[in-house]
Design a protein around this ligand. Structure first.
Ligand code: NAD
Ligand code: ZN
Ligand code: ZN
Length: 396
């Protein structure tokens, strides 16, 4: 089959690789019909490259049709339409029962010291081949796939694999009072969906911050107040304070995560952190040392005293210092983690009705044949051509 494979930093290619086969009795093989490109893929593409091996198949946001079932599969049949959660979880262990599927005890990676295995996330998370491919082997076929009805287009359901549960968890963890203010840092697919969900769930004031004009416009068009990060650091801070009686936001979602060294965005973030107003801010920057934490430092700055930061952005720093004095002094709650996809599915399915209140059917900006995936990675990383959400479509 054809699949998107890793060959080095900023070097992914579509290669012919062996077809996946049933390995366990409860495996299924899914013929992929759509597969998302995610900000998390950019981390692999740019930053986490030491964890990758040549030929690793990437992608963790697939949906498709069951093509083959193992002899132990009783809950699915060939031809069923399914979305595959990005975390590989058994659905049966103690942590899965707690709704902590991203910590599944059956698929935790004890050798690497990481949580549940993830599709397409290399040896860092269980070396499970990903779904930017024509076919995908899916373990736990009786419990992991999300069965969806036939009829509506893939766009209706494909975001159940990652974007929707990740954004939903971020909004839940932010726990903004209904009459309060939520700031969302980053208006990529995750941040954009956070603003849509927060507004739909009734948060009074939602403020989105980014520096990509098309992303700001897109959030604005759906009623989110936006602030352009490019206008200057002090202005951003002043704008949030002006909208919150000088207190700061009740909650801030960081939907950015680490940015690669040397990128223009990272440089801007570093500049921002270096002009934080307080002496503590200055100190914080010196100890933080890395521009990869720029968005989190901004979140700490923008949240009010006693507020909450909800972190869905992924940070890969194993020894990244945090400004604990400020966190403690401001009494900030910090909640984070990979999305526990299955935990939120029952809440999310009713939001995917024909009224499409979240606008999922117009959410993708690009639908690209899988063969053109390498160009699409570049476009998405460079935020060119208005790219916000890219879906890969394997040729039938
Ligand atoms: P993305 O890269 O498309 O979006 C990030 C956005 O942040 C960009 O638009 C960028 O311009 C903006 N940005 C950069 N620095 C900023 C700053 N200091 N302040 C405000 N905005 C800034 O990615 P995405 O697909 O939306 O994903 C966002 C993050 O969420 C990534 O880190 C990704 O790995 C993570 N993620 C986490 C989970 C999870 O389970 N927790 C799941 C999916 C994605
Ligand atoms: Zn993703
Ligand atoms: Zn489990």
């Amino acid at each position: 089959m054809r699949a998107l494979t890793f060959h080095g930093r900023r070097d992914v290619r579509v290669d012919t690789v062996p077809d996946p086969v049933i390995q366990q009795p409860d495996d299924v093989i899914v013929q992929v019909t759509s597969s998302g490109l995610c900000g998390s893929d950019l981390h692999l593409y740019e930053v986490l490259t030491p964890f990758l091996e040549e030929g690793d198949v990437l992608g963790h946001e697939p949906m498709g049709v069951v093509a083959e079932t193992g002899p132990g599969v009783t809950e699915l049949s060939v031809g069923d339409r399914v979305v595959i959660p990005f975390n590989v979880n058994c659905g049966n262990c103690w942590t899965c029962d707690q709704g902590l599927q991203s910590q599944c005890e059956t698929t935790q990676n004890r050798e690497m010291g990481t949580g549940a295995s993830l599709f397409g996330y290399t040896k860092l998370y269980g070396q499970v081949p990903g779904g930017q491919a024509e076919y995908l082997r899916v373990p736990f076929g009786n419990s992991l796939p999300i069965k969806v009805p036939s009829g509506p287009p893939d766009d209706r359901f494909v975001y159940l694999s990652d974007v929707m549960p990740t954004a939903y968890q971020a909004v839940q963890y932010a726990d903004t009072p209904a009459d309060g203010t939520l700031v969302v840092l980053g208006l990529g697919p995750i941040g954009d969906m956070c603003t849509r969900l927060a507004r739909h769930l009734g948060v009074r004031q939602v403020i989105g911050i980014d520096r990509v004009p098309e992303r700001l416009q897109r959030a604005e068009a759906r009623g989110t107040t936006t602030i352009d990060l490019a206008q200057g650091d002090r202005e951003v801070r002043a704008a949030v304070h002006a909208l919150t009686q000088g207190r700061g936001a009740d909650a801030v979602i960081d939907a950015v995560g680490m940015e690669a060294h040397g990128s223009p965005v990272a440089a801007a973030g570093q500049k921002l952190a270096s002009v934080l107003p307080s002496a503590v801010g200055q100190k914080m920057m010196q100890t933080a040392g890395s521009d990869r934490t720029a968005a989190l430092l901004l979140a700490i700055e923008l949240v009010r005293r006693g507020g909450t930061i909800s972190l869905s952005g992924v940070y890969g720093g194993a020894a990244t210092p945090l400004p604990l004095l400020t966190l403690f002094d401001k009494q900030i709650q910090l909640r984070m983690g990979q999305a526990n996809v299955w935990r939120w599915i029952p809440d999310l399915l009713p939001l995917l009705d024909d009224d499409d209140p979240l606008g999922v059917e117009g959410f993708a900006t690009h639908r690209v044949p899988l063969e053109q995936a390498p160009d699409a990675y570049r476009m998405f990383q460079e935020k060119k051509d208005g790219a916000v959400k890219v879906l890969f479509i394997p040729e039938p």
